[in-house]
Design a binder for this molecule. Structure first.
Ligand code: NIG
Ligand code: FE
Length: 376
């Protein structure tokens, strides 16, 4: 079979420039790409036809920020936080010990399990970071394992300084031998620019070394408090500044002036009882916003983009349509991808079928498994 007509789509969200949302629509797929979209009544013939029964079809979610290469969990930490303990970046070291002790096979099986859970909830593109190895060997194998699951791999050797290591010596390691071993397996370089992790000068050094090695920068910024991370992201031309929980006016202006995408990660605020980032303020200031899960065992152990959409609508001032855009097209912008996150002609045919008449149900029915990729 070479072409498939998907028809009787009650609401098609394609993000096409002309008609971003089309009622009573159809899509023709050829060789894995979108070949035609439009009114159902005008659809061309195809080799096969699939009638979806009047439900909504949206682009597959683009989860632009995850940390899936890890072993163990930190449920006890979560339980303590829910009883009032604050989130501490130092918890990362607990996962580092468990990850180092795991075999390649165990880590790869964990990644595969999470990616498959994501897919079952409508995620069709995922970025995966290293950052729980923090030795040359463990970071390189983390990235090699991530690469088995996605092209969108990010070297995050600069996550925290491992126990018993001098900070400056560790930055030298990350920007030297570790980068050399990791760059072949990575597309992106990331750094946790935050008090208790890496200062702005160290973060700049890490990002510049990554860029010199052919990687593109992105930053963990302004998660635990106000700081220079977002402005550093703008300075180095990062694809995204992720978290953006604590922003002042200069940070918002830096994002809108530079075009750096603000990657908002509502699972983190949910799981750490932190204030949610103000998506409304960012959108109204002209900032491009992406939504992602940040799936990791410490600050946000969810692999569900629909959950993030629901929280973004309920708590962050986004409309359901804005939240869906940020979870699809916005995520694609954060990864500098034009072939995913939308369903215009020429895009990858990553169609997600909702068991619902409109996209609004993604936020309106939180926790209900409505989004499933179309199988062909
Ligand atoms: O994105 N902020 C730094 N890294 C992760 C948390 C990792 C952890 O707590 O294990 C994050 O939230
Ligand atoms: Fe993260």
């Amino acid at each position: 079979m070479t072409s498939l007509l998907v028809t009787n789509i009650g609401e098609l969200v394609s993000w096409d420039d002309e008609r971003p949302v089309i009622g009573n629509a159809a899509v023709v797929i050829e060789y894995g790409h979108v070949a035609w979209i439009g009114d159902r009544t005008a659809a061309p013939d195809a080799d096969a036809v699939r009638d979806v029964g009047g439900v909504a079809v949206v682009p597959g979610f683009v989860d632009s920020h995850t940390h899936l290469v890890f072993a163990g969990d930190r449920a006890a930490e979560f339980e303590a936080r829910m009883a009032g303990r604050p989130y501490e970046a130092g918890g990362i070291r607990t996962t580092v010990s468990a990850t180092r002790a795991a075999t390649d096979e165990q880590l790869a099986a964990n990644v595969a399990r999470h990616v498959s859970a994501m897919r079952a909830q409508g995620t069709t593109t995922v970025e995966i970071k290293s950052g729980y190895g923090l030795t040359v060997r463990d970071e390189a194998r983390s990235l090699a394992i991530a690469r088995q699951a996605t092209e969108e791999t990010t070297f995050l050797g600069a996550h925290v300084v491992p126990d018993g290591t001098d900070q400056a010596a560790y930055v030298d390691l990350v920007t030297g031998p570790m980068l050399e071993a990791c760059a072949p397996h990575a597309r992106w370089i990331d750094v946790f620019c935050e008090e208790g992790a890496f200062g702005v000068d160290e973060a700049r050094t890490v990002l510049q070394a990554g860029v010199a090695a052919g990687l593109q920068p992105r930053v963990h910024a302004n998660q635990l408090g106000p700081g220079p991370g977002v402005r550093l992201a703008a300075e180095v031309g990062a694809a995204s500044a992720d978290h953006c929980t604590y922003l002042d006016d200069a940070d918002v202006a830096a994002l809108s002036d530079s075009g750096v995408v603000a990657g908002l990660l509502p699972g983190v605020e949910f799981s750490t009882r932190s204030p949610y980032p103000d998506a409304r303020r960012l959108i109204d200031s002209g900032v491009t916003v992406a939504l992602a899960t940040d799936c990791n065992p410490g600050s946000s152990y969810t692999s569900s983009m629909p959950f993030c959409i629901a929280v973004a609508v309920r708590e962050m001032g986004m409309t359901p349509l804005e939240a869906l855009w940020s979870a699809t097209r916005g995520g694609a912008f954060a990864l500098r991808r034009d072939d995913v996150g939308h369903l215009s002609v020429g895009a990858k045919a990553d169609l997600v079928v909702l068991d619902a008449p409109t996209h609004v149900h993604l936020a309106y029915r939180p926790g209900v498994p409505l989004a499933v990729p179309l199988t062909r």
